[in-house]
Design a protein around this ligand. Structure first.
Ligand code: GDP
Ligand code: IMO
Ligand code: MG
Length: 428
């Protein structure tokens, strides 16, 4: 039996969906620990592409149990839409999808608040996904949130939503000049989704505890990435939850003493969506090539992703913060056409070298990345599934990354499909 955590190591979109789907083969349970439908996890299964937002990336494996943990914020409407897509695709999931009865829910006023604040112009724009994630986590921390267990008692739910609605409406209209749907529309929308969700509610902490006692393999799935973690990322340009591995303990109710292994997912270059500092960002043709070859457009919002060279400072920080010994390296094939590849090993700011991640955004925004150069391999690696078959220069690049980040790679991905992967070791 084993409990393993998988976390994103950059600014999200590292290919967690593909990697978790592959690793789920050896797991009994896949449990998502934080975030909401701001996430977009792309998976290829039987020649079809799926994008998951809330449902764990193990759902395409028959018989695997998928848990949405207490640390996730759930928009009931978004969840039902996602369930509808799976139903349409003929994927059976009802008997193996469990939702924590302690998760907070997202209601339309959270989205209105998120969007109207972002659009106002007076406030710092984060470039959020507009899914109501920040306002919903803010309610959770302010102890105003509505939890999935509150869906059980209709009268209590009505009072909770009413109280919240009145407060939110005043803020949205008076402060941001935004609009909000009528209360009756919001509440009847919730009524429509409530009954379906009620059937899936579970005390998931107790369930997971029993499964761990029964020696089952549990794979804890994080969304977003280390640099979007609310405590450790490029605050305030982050999401509102703990995407680093520690979030698995609080977001699932699994004690730290029961986590056996932590791994991460990292791209062979860097991307980010939304605002905020990005030291290795490229504004030239190389950046365009990464975006084009890597199809770097958001899986949730469709926004073009900002692209840049591999950032070793970010990667080392992620290795240390998450406790990673070996990670999955993705999208190596996207670098196939580059003559020269650069990897950042430190930041230089006002004559001082930074090898550790500085907290100060002033430094991150204005530093100069210090680069090491690698020769590009200039041949296709698409679909290669044996390390020996990689071009020598690709091997040198990968070995170079290993040294710079101080961790090994358990998996190297050379395309979006399951079989386009070099699997060096399992997790369990
Ligand atoms: P996630 O949010 O971390 O799950 O990642 P996304 O699904 O948002 O973005 C990763 C994108 O890269 C998706 O379109 C994947 O299908 C794709 N992808 C994953 N691994 C590879 C790879 O090794 N090579 C290529 N070319 N694409 C990949
Ligand atoms: P996955 O799981 C990439 C970014 C948004 C924005 C910031 C805050 O697919 O890797 P939010 O809506 O969370 O309040 O937005 O975080 N962001 C992501 N970027 N991948 C994600 O998820 C993201 N989820 C949020 O673009 O900059
Ligand atoms: Mg994504």
């Amino acid at each position: 039996m084993s409990v393993a955590v998988i976390a994103g190591m950059q600014w999200g979109d590292e290919g967690k969906g593909k990697v978790v789907d592959l690793l789920a083969e050896d797991a009994d349970i896949v449990a998502r620990y934080q975030g909401g439908h701001n996430a977009g996890h792309t998976i290829y299964c039987d020649g079809k592409q799926y994008v998951l937002h809330l449902i764990p990336s193990g759902i395409f494996h028959e018989g695997k149990i998928c848990v949405i943990g207490n640390g996730v914020v759930i928009d009931p409407k978004a969840l039902l839409e996602e369930m509808g897509q799976l139903e349409k695709a003929g994927i059976e999931f009802q008997s193996r999808l469990l939702i924590s009865d302690r998760a907070n829910i997202i209601l339309p006023y959270h989205c209105s608040s998120d969007v109207s604040r972002e659009c106002d112009g007076k406030y710092q724009k984060i470039g959020t996904t507009g899914r109501g994630i920040g306002p919903s986590y803010a309610d959770k921390i302010a102890r105003l949130g509505i939890r999935t267990c509150d869906l059980r008692d209709e009268n209590r739910l009505l009072k909770l939503v009413r109280d919240n609605y009145d407060e939110k409406k005043a803020i949205i209209q008076k402060l941001f000049g935004g609009e909000l749907q009528d209360f009756d529309v919001i509440f009847s929308g919730l009524q429509d989704t409530r009954k379906i969700i009620l059937g899936l509610l579970t005390d998931t902490h107790t369930f997971l505890r029993q499964q761990i006692a029964d020696k089952k393999n549990v794979l804890c799935e994080g969304a977003q990435g280390t640099m979007l973690d609310v405590d450790h990322g490029t605050y305030p340009f982050v999401t509102s939850s703990n995407s680093t591995s520690g979030g698995a303990c609080t977001g699932l109710g699994i004690p730290p003493t029961q986590i056996d292994r932590v791994s991460g997912v990292i791209k062979a270059y860097t991307t980010r969506v939304g605002e905020g500092p990005f030291p290795t960002e490229l504004f030239d043709e190389s950046g365009e090539t990464l975006r084009k070859e890597g199809h770097e457009f958001g899986a949730t919002t469709g926004r073009p992703r900002r692209c840049g060279w591999f950032d070793g400072v970010v990667a080392r920080y992620a290795v240390h913060l998450n406790g990673i010994e070996s990670a999955a390296l993705t999208k190596v094939d996207v670098l196939d056409t580059f003559k020269v590849l650069k990897v950042c090993t430190a930041y230089e700011y006002k004559g001082k070298m930074y090898e550790e991640m500085p907290a100060d955004l002033e430094i991150l925004e204005n530093c100069k990345p210090v680069y090491t150069e690698f020769e590009g391999w200039m041949e296709s690696t698409v679909g290669i599934n044996k390390f020996e078959a990689l071009p020598e220069k690709a091997k040198l690049y990968i070995e170079g990354l290993k040294k710079i980040i101080g961790a090994d790679f358990l998996m190297i991905s050379t395309g979006p499909k399951r079989e386009q992967t070099i699997c060096k070791e399992g997790l369990f």
